[in-house]
Ligand binder design. Structure first.
Ligand code: SF4
Length: 381
């Protein structure tokens, strides 16, 4: 196992709550000092939380949320300082910060760059003004273009743009148009996720009432493939189901997740994974700060994956990657050949057209990529 660890920081506040959002994110309360208090809590957790991850090498740091760009740059700088005290942060570490259009300008981004942020992930989601309103997003398409321009002016040369397809009432052509608008801004990386409507969200309630015109599964697949084609035409390769990058610009942090690497999360609701042991923090900002203040950590629970569970999860995560995995990598990792661990499964999936018939490598077909749960199911305990 490598010495490296990834770090995730959960910054839980947003200026608004999007209609599809079921993340652990809260509308920023008007109370002054809320952001500073949260940042101080996260610094304290990094300083005091126990764990044998101390002193390990950190190659990727990811500020997610929520809307991390709402936080003052000096708060982000203080968190990075605390991380440099806990870990050996490598000199060219990938330090990503998610930002929403309308929350950034050149001066703020310059400060973030000086603090050590090296990569920005900009939540565009759509370039249709009416759709952005329908999604409950508090920005217009022009704000995304301004955010990208500001990022370039501030010197960022590593940008991701997020878009969502399969939106209510949309076609594949509209999804492709959104992707092309994003790609015209020249990002090094694009993430394109299909809309997932969860219970408990505003969209979930509309769906229950039958008033959310969602595209069919086939239409969603068509939209996803249209987005993928647009990315390829712009020189971005698909390296994971939903992620596209220029050569050399894959997200180091996300690759760590898909390679089942170790990562440590700080902040409300943040999850960690260390050598098969998963743990998670208290979700609510108030209870989180209280727990950190009282005991220096806010762990709400943990579980250890069984060896079978870990092996199945490894396969599932690798199947998300375009390259899949080599039979040799599997045997080296688990000390048993794949076909001995799961007799007949690979042949069956190839026969069903879900896995490619490749010597020495396991990779989903185009159809299998969209039915990943079916491909992975026989490998899961
Ligand atoms: S900006 Fe992101 S985290 Fe915040 S409410 Fe919208 S979807 Fe949720």
């Amino acid at each position: 196992m490598s010495d490296g660890v990834g770090v995730y920081l959960h910054m839980p506040y947003c200026p608004y709550k999007c209609h599809y959002c079921d993340f652990n994110a809260y509308r920023l309360p008007p109370r002054p000092g809320t952001l500073e208090a949260m940042a101080a809590g996260i610094v304290e957790e990094i300083a005091r939380a126990p764990g044998d991850d101390r002193g390990r090498q950190a190659r990727s740091i990811y500020f997610g949320g929520g809307t991390p760009s709402l936080f003052p740059p000096r708060a982000i700088a203080a968190i990075l300082e605390a991380l440099r005290r806990r870990y050996r942060v490598v000199p060219r570490a990938e330090v990503t910060l998610e930002c929403n259009p309308g929350t950034v300008d050149v001066a703020l981004l310059q400060e973030l760059s000086r603090a050590g942020v090296t990569r920005l992930s900009i939540g565009a989601q759509s370039f249709d003004a009416a759709m952005l309103r329908r999604l409950g997003r508090g920005h217009a398409p022009e704000d995304t273009r301004l955010a990208v321009r500001a990022a370039r002016q501030a010197g960022f040369d590593n940008l991701n743009i997020d878009v969502i397809y399969g939106l209510p009432g949309t076609t594949a052509a509209e999804a492709e148009r959104d992707a092309r608008e994003a790609l015209a801004l020249g990002p090094e990386h694009l993430s394109a996720y299909a809309l997932e409507v969860e219970d408990g969200t505003y969209f979930g309630a509309l769906r229950a009432r039958g008033t959310l015109p969602l595209p069919s599964d086939d239409e969603v697949v068509e939209a996803g493939e249209a987005v993928a084609r647009a990315c390829l035409q712009h020189g971005l390769e698909r390296y994971e189901i939903s992620n596209f990058a220029r050569p050399g610009r894959r997200s180091r942090h996300n690759l760590l997740y898909w390679h089942q690497g170790d990562y440590r999360g700080f902040g409300p609701g943040a999850h960690s994974h260390m050598s098969g042991r998963r743990s998670w923090n208290v979700a609510g900002p108030g209870p989180y700060l209280k727990a950190v203040g009282a005991q220096g950590e806010a762990c709400a629970g943990e579980e250890t994956l069984s060896p079978d569970g870990r092996r199945g999860e490894w396969i599932y995560l690798r199947l998300r990657l375009t390259e899949g995995f080599s039979l040799r990598a599997f045997s080296l990792r688990f000390g048993v050949p794949l076909d001995a661990a799961y007799p007949g499964v690979r042949r069956q999936l190839v026969r069903q057209g879900l896995l490619e018939a490749l010597p020495g490598r396991v990779r989903p077909t185009a159809a299998g990529r969209w039915l990943l749960h079916r491909v992975a199911e026989p490998f899961l305990p």
